[in-house]
Write a protein that binds this ligand. Structure first.
Ligand SMILES: NC(=O)c1ccc[n+]([C@@H]2O[C@H](COP(=O)([O-])OP(=O)(O)OC[C@H]3O[C@@H](n4cnc5c(N)ncnc54)[C@H](O)[C@@H]3O)[C@@H](O)[C@H]2O)c1
Length: 277
């Protein structure tokens, strides 16, 4: 366990029970952090269908689960595409707990996939706005706060294997996640003097709600049944399994801890050896 007692941790896109964001929040709560659960929740629309967005009661249940671990937790609605929402997210964390020590940029959309030659402009804009601009906006407002803190802070960006390799039908997703590594490196270099460390974690496949949707999408494209497709992913993985949300949460806790205090600008693969550059 790492000593993160009393730190304030914000996790974006953490309002779904099966999601990576919830697992990160729960792990950081286990480490003694006060938690800000945040999600778009009530902003469903054409490109944010109910299937892909956590509900408000789901978000509140996750807050209660964090509180049961003996830490304080609140929920804040935040559409990461909006600068006003991102500024408010940081302000609400500071109002509740006095600091912003950890920001995990986890919110992402990975279900907008189209053949490249028919990829719609608004699809591209949505993916880039959530996955890349969202991380920029939240990081910007977190960094403004962290610069005022003697202990600085930690920012962790949840990227992807798609930050290092290409995937079909996923030009926008892949570009956004490659871009997130650029943002990570640039921020690490610029913010290091304020004791702000900035790292990224790159998961391979995890069967969250998003991962389940991707399994269905790719198995259909390849003309395979769901289980055969999943087995094909597992077969090519050196450690013989897909990822677990807890694998990512462990990496985030490590990166936010003093055990990693000389680590910044890193894009850490957590992929069972599937991705190694
Ligand atoms: N599951 C995987 O296989 C996998 C692999 C690599 C990377 N990732 C990344 O991990 C992160 C979490 O993914 P997940 O698998 O838990 O999926 P998920 O769909 O459960 O989580 C994504 C969360 O982002 C939220 N969100 C979407 N648009 C938002 C917006 N505009 N503002 C705020 N929140 C918004 C959703 O409501 C949801 O709670 C994503 O960034 C994803 O790209 C996932």
């Amino acid at each position: 366990m790492y000593n993160l007692n009393g730190k304030t941790a914000i996790v974006t896109g953490s309002g779904r029970h099966k999601g990576i964001g919830k697992a990160i929040a729960m792990r950081l709560a286990n480490e003694g952090c006060n938690i800000v659960i945040s999600d778009i929740v009530n902003a469903k629309g054409e490109q944010f269908t109910a299937e892909h967005i956590g509900a408000i009661d789901e978000m509140n249940e996750i807050v209660e689960m964090c509180q049961l671990k003996g830490v304080q937790a609140i929920s804040v609605h935040c559409d990461v595409r909006s600068e006003a929402d991102c500024a408010n997210l940081i302000a609400k964390a500071v109002e509740a707990f006095g600091t912003t020590d950890i920001l995990v940029n986890n919110a992402g959309v990975g279900y907008i996939m189209e053949p490249f030659t028919t990829f719609k402009e608004n699809s591209w804009d949505t993916v880039l706005a959530v996955n890349l601009k969202g991380a920029f906006l939240c990081s910007k407002h977190a960094a403004i706060q962290m610069q005022k803190q003697i202990m600085g802070g930690n920012i962790v960006n949840i990227a992807s294997q798609a930050a290092k390799s290409g995937f079909p039908y996923a030009a926008a997703y892949t570009a956004s996640k490659h871009g997130l590594i650029g943002l990570t490196r640039s921020n690490a270099v610029e913010l290091g003097k304020f004791k702000i460390r900035v790292n990224a974690v790159c998961p391979n496949h995890i069967t969250t709600d998003l991962g389940d949707w991707q399994n269905k999408f790719f198995s259909e494209k390849l003309g395979l049944d769901y289980d055969t497709y999943l087995k094909s992913i597992i077969d090519k993985n050196p450690l013989g399994r897909t990822g677990l949300v807890e694998d990512i949460a462990k990496a985030v806790a490590f990166l936010c801890s003093d055990e990693a205090k000389y680590v910044t600008g890193e894009a850490m693969n957590v992929s069972g050896g599937e991705e190694y550059h």
